[in-house]
Ligand binder design. Structure first.
Ligand SMILES: Cc1cc2nc3c(=O)[nH]c(=O)nc-3n(C[C@H](O)[C@H](O)[C@H](O)COP(=O)(O)OP(=O)(O)OC[C@H]3O[C@@H](n4cnc5c(N)ncnc54)[C@H](O)[C@@H]3O)c2cc1C
Length: 450
């Protein structure tokens, strides 16, 4: 397998996927140079404007376990058993994510997780991490990777092959290859943006359950909050960019205060500095990246958000990016050459990341709206009941995505559609009972054993 002029694999972007991948490659005996535009997080404050905490689920956990990082990651995690739904009236109800004890999602701080992964990668003798190195793009015809050393203020080039681009949703490498006509990339922006606000530990103590993901669904928009290990919560407001109820309509402190008092009255006491935070924190954009191909021969492969960024409503972007890394690791064990390995990663992963992109968009409507709907709640209960009775064949789609890494995303999407039709047919209505014999017959006919 050729490894470029320096005999090393270049990884561009030491985010969640890049840092983990560097470690996995090194554990397979490869030498890796990891280029990162940011300063060393061990010596500096985390970048502002990125989501502060993330939901880690089984796919991500599996990848972290594979790399041997769990002993360092586990202390960073807080179990969230379900969604705590907060209604306008102030009433709240916990909807469990799954029905088994281990079916929980973990809240983890992005900066802490990234720092641990960088430390673990940097500790491996096979990995050299270079900070303050901004990748400018690639020249595939000349086989060069262009980099700016931001500390020294000079640009330089290295041999491109093989490079793995994990430089995130706004990937400079994806852009440079697209402008050279080597791939097609489409970014679909959502017309809703997000803003993060911190609910301080003293304010939230005893008020918000620390073992839940909190949601204030309000139809066209929502607020969510995930717990942090220091007792605080990170809340995120998802709201239309423009229109009568939108970020554009919240330009003064008075408008912000009134909006929160009207829509999220129970959160207001947890945010004494609401208007200051609202004015100071950035408003982020959300979108889906569709890109093909993901690789240029054996020269370069896009991975993680660089290849397939998605909206965050299924809490799967990081999980999918980490799952990409487990496939690269598995294929490395089979000694492909780089071109074959890159092609195989794209062949296996692209249908799956397209599937999770779709499910993530669908989940926005579910989180901000459907969770309050009596029929949605009834069908969700029925789905859990069918899973209890037919665990080999019926697993709610949400659980397949979050708790069953052995079921690929595309298969979860396919089976989920069959199951949705089944639930419609079996829906007993507000006070009816499920026809158990019919349920058994339809499930056996339509869903193969897993
Ligand atoms: C509001 C929000 C909430 C989210 N919640 C969840 C969640 O709950 N669960 C979940 O699984 N996912 C979630 N995600 C998605 C998750 O953040 C991403 O999918 C994940 O960060 C992707 O990892 P990555 O390594 O591909 O990219 P990133 O984490 O973005 O890392 C990219 C790295 O490349 C570096 N870089 C960028 N450009 C260059 C360059 N030109 N040269 C050198 N280095 C460069 C960056 O500094 C960064 O270190 C959320 C996203 C958002 C926006």
């Amino acid at each position: 397998m050729s490894e470029g002029a320096a005999g090393a694999v270049n990884i561009v972007g030491a985010g969640l996927a890049g840092a983990l991948l560097a470690l996995l490659l090194a554990r397979r005996g490869r030498s890796v140079i990891l280029y990162e535009r940011r300063a060393d997080p061990r010596q500096s404050q985390p970048e502002r404007g990125r989501s502060i905490n993330l939901g880690l689920a089984a796919r991500g956990m599996r990848a972290l376990e594979l790399a041997g990082t769990m002993p360092r990651v586990r202390p960073l995690l807080i179990a969230m058993r379900g969604r705590m739904i907060h209604e306008r009236s102030g009433a709240s109800t916990l909807h469990r994510y799954g029905q088994r004890e281990h079916e929980v999602i973990w809240s983890v701080g992005r900066a802490d997780l990234n720092r641990v992964l960088i430390e673990e990668a940097a500790r491996h003798p096979g990995v050299s991490v270079r900070f303050n190195q901004l990748c400018l793009g690639a020249d595939a015809a000349a086989g060069r990777l262009r980099i700016r050393d931001q500390s020294a203020g000079r640009d330089y080039e290295v041999a491109l092959e093989p490079t793995i681009a994990t430089d995130g949703a706004g990937s400079a490498l994806r852009a440079s290859l697209a402008s050279a006509g080597l791939l097609r990339a489409r970014e679909e922006w959502l017309d809703h943006d997000y803003k993060e606000l911190t609910l301080s530990a003293p304010a939230a103590r005893g008020i918000l359950d620390r073992q839940a993901l909190h949601i204030w669904p309000r139809g066209g928009f929502m607020l969510i909050a995930l717990p942090n290990t220091d007792g605080s919560f990170t809340a995120t407001l998802f709201l239309a960019r423009s229109g009568p109820v939108s970020f554009a309509a919240l330009t003064s402190s008075r408008q912000v205060g009134e909006f929160f008092s009207r829509e999220f009255a129970d959160v207001v006491p947890l945010l004494p500095d609401l208007t200051a935070q609202f004015a100071a924190h950035p408003q982020g954009q959300l979108g889906t990246v569709h890109c093909a191909p993901w690789h240029i021969g054996g020269q370069l492969l896009l991975l993680g958000d660089a290849a397939h960024a998605i909206v965050p409503f299924h809490g799967q972007g990081m999980n999918a990016a980490l799952e990409d890394c487990t496939l690269v690791d598995e294929l490395l064990g089979q000694e492909h050459d780089w071109a074959a390995l890159f092609a195989e990663v794209e062949r296996v992963r692209r249908p799956n990341t397209e599937a999770i992109a779709r499910m993530a968009l669908e989940n926005y409507a579910e989180m901000r709206d459907a969770v309050l709907d009596a029929r949605f709640v009834r069908l969700r209960k029925l789905a859990l009941e069918l899973e209890r009775r037919f665990p080999e064949r019926f697993i709610p789609r949400y659980s397949m995505v979050m708790f069953h890494p052995e079921i690929p995303y595309a298969e979860a999407l396919r089976r989920g559609a069959v199951q949705a039709r089944l639930l419609e047919e079996l829906d007993p209505g507000a006070d009816g009972a499920v026809d158990a014999a019919l349920a058994e017959r339809l499930i056996n006919e339509r869903l193969s054993a897993l």
